[in-house]
Design a binder for this molecule. Structure first.
Ligand code: GDP
Ligand code: IMO
Ligand code: MG
Length: 422
């Protein structure tokens, strides 16, 4: 029995796709547990680049089975596009993709509501993929699940009820175009035929796999600080990317979890709005963005960049129970003369031990920094900790010491091969 959860420890885009792909080499199953097509997970092999939004990042390994769990919200259009993209690149998914019959569907009106709401003041800066409105319907108990596609009459009745409410809201509040409900029903019935071979009772599938001693990776999307309960609310996503989300999002018990790998980018980034204590609005931030190619894999938006934030990461290690860290993008820091690490927050000049729960306080914090020398060189071809320049070794060891958590993987380029284990 071995379940390892892979979580993003910051605000997403830490390099989870790369690390999941790497660890999939020794896995039997990779299971995605929350979020939807708001995620963009990048995998690079040689000169090929794959960006996955819904399908787990283990899919490129031909012997790995991939699960989209009940906690995920599925946009049929995004899913079919992704299946076709993989097929066109020669990746055979037949018999290897298993979609939970309990997963909720994203409807066109969810995307319309998401995008319309974003135009209001105080917007979150969402991906516009309909994630929030779909999870709202789930919590409201009016969501439409994969299992509802099995019966055309049930689907049509549920859609019509939802549709009346949503179109009233859209038309009254957002002045949106009306939706053609009959066409929608046809489209979702057609989707059912296409995904029928993949629909599974994934909870039973995973329990049997646990019983059989299979090796399972649970893949999180987004990051701990975007968690609906534990993140920088309200500037968060609408699900639980933290490790606890793997149990509810897959229907596996906490007792089945053995390891929790936190993926940490060697500096910080954030896409969308919300507090970001170590943000760099200067030429160093620009340099990190250009060197790290910090543009969203889903929306193409520029990512805000800043120094590594230890108070946020300590909090992330705590709420996730991170047992080891995979440190990514160390190479990007090779352009800097000096590198700063935020080691503590102050509010009104006084050090604070806790990660503030309210956005107002988090926006007011000032950061205490330590400054470390840069190594000023590329890390091409480095395949061991000992082969890193001394200043880079010191940077990694400092992170370990400050977080009291071992850094077991170090990544030095987008490519699968440029990663080493300590
Ligand atoms: P995810 O959402 O956590 O899977 O991360 P994304 O794929 O959205 O963003 C991470 C970006 O960094 C992708 O473009 C990766 O190809 C790239 N990447 C991952 N690890 C490294 C690394 O060690 N060095 C560099 N330079 N790029 C990396
Ligand atoms: P991966 O899995 C980075 C951000 C959005 C926005 C907030 C809410 O690639 O790390 P949503 O569309 O989820 O309602 O938007 O969350 N966000 C992400 N930021 N990486 C992601 O996914 C993200 N998914 C959502 O930018 O601030
Ligand atoms: Mg991403």
């Amino acid at each position: 029995m071995s379940v390892r959860i892979i979580v993003g420890a910051q605000w997403g885009d830490e390099g989870k796709g790369k690390i999941v792909d790497l660890l999939s080499e020794h896995a039997d199953i990779v299971a995605r547990y929350q979020g939807g097509a708001n995620a963009g997970h990048t995998i690079v092999h040689g000169n090929k680049k794959y960006i996955l939004h819904l399908i787990p990042s283990g899919i490129l390994h031909s012997s790995v089975h991939c699960v989209i769990g009940n906690g995920v919200v599925i946009d049929p259009v995004a899913l079919m596009d992704e299946i076709r993209m993989l097929e066109s690149l020669g990746v055979n998914i037949d018999g290897r993709l298993h979609i939970s019959h309990k997963a909720h569907l994203i409807m066109p009106y969810h995307k319309m509501l998401d995008q319309a709401r974003e135009k209001l003041a105080g917007s979150i800066g969402t991906t516009g993929r309909g994630i929030g409105p779909s999870y709202i319907d789930k919590a409201q108990r009016v969501g439409i699940r994969i299992v509802d596609l099995l019966d055309r009459d049930v689907l049509a009745a549920k859609l019509r009820t939802n549709f009346e409410e949503k179109s009233a809201i859209l038309e009254a509040l957002y002045d949106a175009e009306p939706i053609d409900i009959d066409r929608l029903i046809e489209e979702y019935m057609a989707f059912d035929t296409q995904i029928d071979p993949f629909i599974t009772d994934t909870t039973s599938f995973l329990h049997q796999a646990i019983k059989d001693g299979k090796s399972i990776l649970a893949e999180g999307a987004q990051g701990a600080l975007l968690d609906l309960d534990h993140g920088t609310y309200p500037f968060v996503t609408s699900s639980n990317p933290t490790s606890g989300g793997a149990c509810t999002g897959l229907g596996i018990p906490p007792t089945s979890i053995r390891d929790i790998t936190g993926v940490v980018k060697a500096y910080s980034t954030r896409v969308g709005n919300g507090p970001f204590p170590t943000e760099l609005n200067d030429n160093i931030g620009e340099l990190l963005r250009s060197e790290g190619h910090e543009f969203g894999a889903t929306t193409g938006r520029s990512r805000r960049c800043g120094w590594l934030d230890i108070p946020a990461l300590r909090y992330s290690c705590m709420i996730n129970g991170i047992t080891e860290i995979a440190l990514t993008k160390l190479d990007v820091l090779g352009v800097l003369d000096e590198i700063k690490i935020c080691t503590g927050y102050r509010i009104d000049g006084k050090p604070t031990r806790y990660f503030p729960a309210d956005v107002g306080s988090l926006e007011r914090v000032t950061c205490d920094y330590i400054t470390m020398p840069g190594w000023k060189c590329a890390l091409d071809g480095v395949r061991s900790f000992e082969a890193l320049p001394a200043a880079a070794q010191e940077y990694v060891s400092t992170i370990e010491r400050l977080l009291e958590t071992p850094v077991t993987w170090v990544s030095t380029s987008p490519d699968r091969d440029d990663t080493f284990r300590r």
